[in-house]
Design a protein around this ligand. Sequence first.
Ligand code: FSX
Ligand code: SF4
Ligand code: F3S
Length: 581
Amino acid sequence: MGDIAIKPSVSLEDKLQARLADLRQSKTKSVCLSDEVSRAWIAKNLALIGVPSKLLECCVEILEYMGDMRLVWLHLQECTGCSESLLRTEEPGFDTLIFDVFRLHYHDLVLAASGHNAQAILESIVQTPYILLVEGSVSMGAQEEYITLGGKSGYAEAAHLIQHAQAVFAVGTCSSYGGIQSAHPNPTNSFALHEVFSQEIMHIPGCPPSDKNIIGNLLYVYLLGELPPLDELKRPLWAYAKSVHDLCERRGAFLSGDFVESFDDPAMAQGYCLYKVGCKGPYTFNNCPKVKFNAKTSWPVQAGHGCIGCSEPNFWDNFGLIEKPISNASIQGFVPKFVPRLELDSITARAEYLDESALLEEVRANSGVLLDLDSSVVYRIAQSDSTLVRYELAPMEINPALMLSALESKGKQGARLVENYKAALESAYTSVRALPSTSLSSNDLLAWLGGYYGLLEGLESLQELLQAGRELMDKAEQFAYPHISPLGFKWKESGDTLVLDSSKALSNILAYRIGGLDSYGVCFSIVSDLGSAFADLLGKWQVQGAIYLQGELFACVPFARALLKPLRTRHKLIIAQAQGA
Ligand code: FSX
Ligand code: SF4
Ligand code: F3S
């Protein structure tokens, strides 16, 4: 891609130095960025994308060599919110951005020329290197003419410009994932760019995205000559790796179960959490709480409305009611577009029964791992000397009455959460409190799930724990959405035992339930998050071969899906012993 070529992964500093050396050899400087305004502007934005300030001079010089690069901003089907967001960038402002640092060649909204003159500017661009930024979705087929520019369809214009661009940015949720136009019933037959074109396209979603996320990515591409590291939805990790919930200033209130009940609730001003009035921050990956909008003035939650998930694929169709937590009762119809799901046909079952030593031989021969949750043991092959290492799952307290007391004695936040749990789920609370307070320690994950189910639904006696665990799996399967409410289970190795750290998870489970996530959603999240914790462990062990699974839990689809997701392309998954063998 001309000035922008993919290079092998080396440190950011080495990459920048190498790039500068290349540019010194191959180009001459075409702009001068020595004035204080531009320099201050560059310094401020470097921090965002993780470039250390000591590299300022190097970066300034690189940008001076990039003066021949142009930006072309194409408006397709959209509301112009993305452009408005960029216009409100803070001091030194939009003018420095488009005249000094980057050269904005074409942009309908701010272009002085119009009509044929504007068209001529757009046509001439293919003679110089340019980066294409597209705002809005593309109408296709019989509906192609729903968006036209200068007599050409939006599709035809985009197809022409994409072909010659050095890099393509989909700015906003519309061009990244289709946005509001492609929401059901999609009357203009509109699509995201990547559904229509085969070129590599970076997504900067958000309806609108923040000015910072647009500028930071431009800066990254100018400076490093390559796209920043992206996630599976092609979003730059520096901006979209964490969820809105991870970064939110109301997170403390969430964890103590303090929720705003309505939009005129005075607790709004005290910083209570907005989950109960529909905030989708836990399911939305974006850095809004950090970078904010309108010259860093505010962001949705600060302004008093929950995040509506505007940077996630298909958020209009897939996040339920805007001002209610997701729940089976409020499902409006789910359109599974771009939701990264994994179909489970990659799991196979061994046909014949093997005794334990023969099975372990097979695991060893395949450099694999055996997760035997029926017996609460895990075997893996040590990378150093290929021996078989055996771990036992460490016993945990599974009596919900004691789980609750432990939480209550965990500082002010824990006590407050239990108080709120009592008020919100009175009958479950009363039934758990009535259980015998004998400690019940077990490493049977099914019985332990039963303990959580008891906290959500109440429990008549401790004998019902196993059954309750099965009911939890059942409910998990019935949740209508694919959004996992993150809980934070983690497996830790301690000698030859695996210890499940559930200290954060218990608070999260109660907080989500008090906040109005239905019991289906909480059960779904418990098994999914547990599956992800196993996936993290296998990732840490860098398992090379097949993964053998044994136990009822693996038949629970959300569990298996979460376990598989991060491993999908690299592993073969095998049910160790066929059912009833
Ligand atoms: Fe609007 Fe941009 Fe939303 Fe779309 O932002 S703010 S409808 S993402 O393309 O103009
Ligand atoms: Fe913030 Fe929303 Fe999370 Fe509450 S649910 S902490 S308001 S992101
Ligand atoms: Fe959008 Fe949520 Fe940020 S609604 S602007 S992703 S806080």
